[in-house]
Design a protein around this ligand. Sequence first.
Ligand code: FAD
Length: 497
Amino acid sequence: MPSPLVLPRRIRYDVSEMKVKTFMSPRGTLPRGFPDSVRRIVGDEHVSRREADLISYSLDYWLYGIFRSQKGELPALPSAIVSPASAAEIQEVLRCANDYGVPVTPFGGGSGVLGGAIPLHGSIILNLQRMNRFLSLDEVSLVAECEAGIMGGNLELELTHRGYSAGNIPQSLFCSTLGGWIATRAAGQFSTKYGKIEDMVMGMEVVLPDGDLLNIKPVPRRSVGPSLQDLFLGSEGALGIVTRATISVHPLPALTVKQSFVFPSIEVAVDVVRRILRAEARPAVVRIFDEAESERYFTGIGRKVTTIFISEGEREYTSLDGKVIRRISRENGGKSAGDEPVDIWLQKRFDIGLGPLLMQHGGVVDTIEVSALFKDAARLYTDMVASMKAVEGVLEVSGHYSHFYPEGACLYMTFAGIPEDPLRYYRDTWDAAMAATLRNNGSISHHHGVGFWRMQYMERELGASGVKLLRSVRGAIDPKGILNRGKLVDDKEEQRA
Ligand SMILES: Cc1cc2nc3c(=O)[nH]c(=O)nc-3n(C[C@H](O)[C@H](O)[C@H](O)COP(=O)(O)OP(=O)(O)OC[C@H]3O[C@@H](n4cnc5c(N)ncnc54)[C@H](O)[C@@H]3O)c2cc1C
């Protein structure tokens, strides 16, 4: 059982000596009486206002925020870190926040890459990492129940030693939580077989913004009106706090088949994967790397389009899966590169690359993941590369398809630049990427979510009526705008009571 996060108690910092600058939100002050009320709920040692803790919880993995923080400026500082141990405590904290009008930002692992967990408007951080218990495994129904603050790595550890896996293995496995996955609609690397997190969640418990508790029981399917569960998948901490969830699990595979092929172009590789999925093969992992990423990633392959496949599961099906992939790849111009590229990928799949290092030397780096139908998928890649490379200050743009479905794919782009004006380069590259996605009928996000930074593109994704509907839902369940203010969809002042 992982030990709960305990904030250090003995270290003292002289707050007045530290001059932390913030560039998105000024420091907030808490109303008199609020800190004491919250201390009574969660215990004195689970409320921290120490400067070092405030700095630690001031940002997530939004790379532009990290870029600026390396220059001594943080996006925002929370007013306090509150670490509850149960849904009942969260209920009371939210009631108290409503009474005092204090905004609350839920914080899982802080690995979100769009600024979703940044505490804007002087909010407090609601740190969910003490709620990290693995609760139960039902081996008959193949479901497991956990508290939402459990880290992905610990969840997998609990399952694998019992002979199972959740099948959700994001690159951030060891620094993200189950609740964070649900709140962002995360995708693991094995998604072609097991799906995204929204395909895995069977039921959940949620504390609503006013402190009420909602229980959605775990069943395989239901027909009781619109899915309430879907309201919280991708809710990004703005509609409720997910406190526990029941997810599907899978027996560990009896057989794993690793294969890779090089193809003459991205177009050919994408079309081969389309044919493979149409033939009902279901590899767990499918990735197509463009020439630049193949050269960076796989020693010995050079500038060639490389595709890797991992099939896994029951022996007979898995072996057949491997055969179908091999036949269709070869029939369509693929040359086998063996299983070595797959092993290299398996070794490097949790690495974060050289981005943070480049940023220390003035570079601006980020990743953008979008999705599209097969008919648009290859054209989208060509358009995104051309559009993002046209931005002044660019050093490199590369991409890979990281997730596949029978209908289409997720395209994952990485860009780096050493510009004179970092914010301008960052914004112009994002604008170029989002425009290319939309004109190729794609969705502006496949799994990273909206957070703060992508909010500016939401109207072009959802349309004015979509944004209005989302705002109305939020306004109806959180009239005081307590939860994750300034994220997901801009909350115009008139929306709040
Ligand atoms: C190196 C790296 C690799 C990554 N790889 C992947 C990947 O392969 N696939 C992928 O999908 N993402 C990936 N990400 C992005 C990130 O890990 C995911 O978005 C993840 O789901 C965030 O989980 P978290 O617990 O860190 O959430 P946080 O960053 O803490 O929070 C994310 C959002 O969810 C809200 N939130 C958190 N917990 C809860 C809760 N219990 N209830 C309600 N709201 C909550 C927060 O307020 C915030 O808005 C990667 C990030 C990094 C840094």
